[in-house]
Design a protein around this ligand. Structure first.
Ligand SMILES: Cc1ncc(COP(=O)(O)O)c(C=O)c1O
Length: 415
């Protein structure tokens, strides 16, 4: 009998073991990974946890992740559980505590304190909360780059329009030469009017990992708020927001963290909370509050299970695997005709994203051919570079890389 059918048939009086199904799934996974010392078998077992259609190569976690079976099962179980007693599960003490436990796991995932982290739906929402929670004056400057995603930049355009502040965009190199040169670029564009710096932790365009800690050393003494768009990091890189030195950090858990679609985290450093006062957090960072309102309980609880899934595998292992696959991909693409790699080669400047620029043909058409004729899903990247962006995650393996590289090579030969 399927677990959810079983739950549905339980009487209202029966004790529903909260999280029991998810804990069991993850305990099974933990046991089987522990008894799999061979590296290749280990990742094969991890790969078997995903529901991706056989034959499909999904290498676009930077847009949207694939949620693994234990998280999907937990999500559907939670839906049934919540509907067994909506009032209690949504507003009762136990129900609220379970959501607060997820917030605590979110704080731990970012290595932040509990009173610094809120659960959101995505990065865009988190960035909007930050921008809407700030007071700026005409002539104040918001320093950003020309490599930001709209989800991390529209909020600043809105704020500039409303306040008369100005946005200054650093022209970023296609391939950043070194961390020092990136920090120098930031320094060169700071002025006495700069109030905010807003940068992506990992660039959606080139996969560059911004040297945030070094940038914070420049912004903090000047009292410039350092806002970080972290859409592309948690679940790919081990993130420690205190070590990064950022004042705010907004992320999407449905990308690399592999959580249900519509889940995210927002960090606001304690010392920055007087300056950044989002309306939605006015009555506290709790999942449910008077200013935040009612939430999707099942989605939030499954968000917690996604974090547990990462911990079951080991976050360092996840990061190392994403990086190792990206290195393999880089090698596989080195000799493909008409392709130039934009992502920096230095390990500290990249993670699980590899962006290539196509020197001929149209990246949009190439992407579509790869999806339609080869079942290989990549992302059409920035038009500025006629780019294709490729993500390497734990559900990918060497065979995916081989398929993607040979498909791309074939398409480029014909282009
Ligand atoms: C750097 C960056 N910021 C923000 C977003 C928007 O993410 P979401 O739609 O989850 O808010 C993305 C999405 O790809 C992104 O790459």
């Amino acid at each position: 009998m399927r677990r959810r059918t079983f739950l549905h048939q339980m009487s209202a009086a029966a004790v529903v073991p909260w999280l029991a199904g998810a804990s069991r799934d993850l305990a099974d996974l933990r046991r089987s990974l522990a008894s799999t010392p061979d590296e290749a078998d280990f990742w094969k077992e991890v790969r078997s946890q995903f529901l991706l259609r056989p034959g499909l190569v999904h290498m676009n976690s930077a847009t949207i992740g694939a949620t693994p079976r234990p998280v999907v099962s937990a999500f559907t179980d939670f839906l049934w559980e919540v509907e067994s007693n909506p009032q209690e599960e949504v507003f009762g003490a136990a129900g609220e505590q379970r959501m607060e436990d997820v917030r605590a796991r979110g704080a731990a995932f970012l290595a932040a304190d509990l009173d610094e982290v809120a659960l959101t739906r995505n990065t865009t929402e988190g960035m909007n909360h930050v921008a809407q929670g700030l007071v700026l004056q005409p002539g104040d400057e918001i320093l950003s780059t020309d490599h930001e995603h709209p989800g991390g930049s529209v909020c600043w355009e809105w704020l500039a329009e409303r306040t008369g502040a100005e946005i200054v965009r650093i022209p970023m190199p296609a391939t950043a030469p070194s961390a020092d040169q990136v920090v120098d670029l930031v320094k060169q564009h700071l002025t006495p009017r700069t109030r905010v710096c807003s940068f992506s932790h990992v660039s959606t365009i080139t996969g560059l990992v911004m040297p945030m800690a070094a940038i914070a050393e420049v912004t903090r003494p000047r009292d410039v708020l350092l806002a970080c768009d972290g859409a592309q990091a948690p679940g790919m890189l081990s993130v420690d927001v205190h070590a990064l030195g950022v004042d705010t950090y907004a992320s999407s858990s449905h990308k690399w963290m592999l959580a249900p679609k519509g889940s995210g985290l927002l960090y606001i450093r304690k010392e920055a909370q007087e300056r950044v006062r989002p309306l939605t957090l006015r009555s506290g960072f709790h999942v449910y509050s008077a200013s935040g309102g009612t939430r999707s309980v099942a989605g939030i609880l499954a968000h917690g299970v996604a974090m547990d899934f990462h911990d079951t595998i080991g976050r360092d292992k996840v990061e190392a695997r994403c990086r190792a696959l990206r290195r393999t991909l880089r090698e596989a693409l080195a000799d493909v005709e008409g392709v130039k790699i934009l992502t920096p080669e230095e390990e500290d400047l990249c993670g699980g994203i590899l962006t290539i620029s196509l020197l001929r043909g149209d990246a949009g058409k190439v992407r579509a051919t790869l999806a339609n004729d080869y079942d290989v899903v990549l992302k059409r990247g920035s038009a500025q570079y006629n780019a294709i962006r490729i993500s390497t995650h734990i559900f990918n393996d060497e065979s995916d890389i081989e398929r993607a590289a040979s498909a791309l090579s074939e398409v480029m030969r014909k282009t």
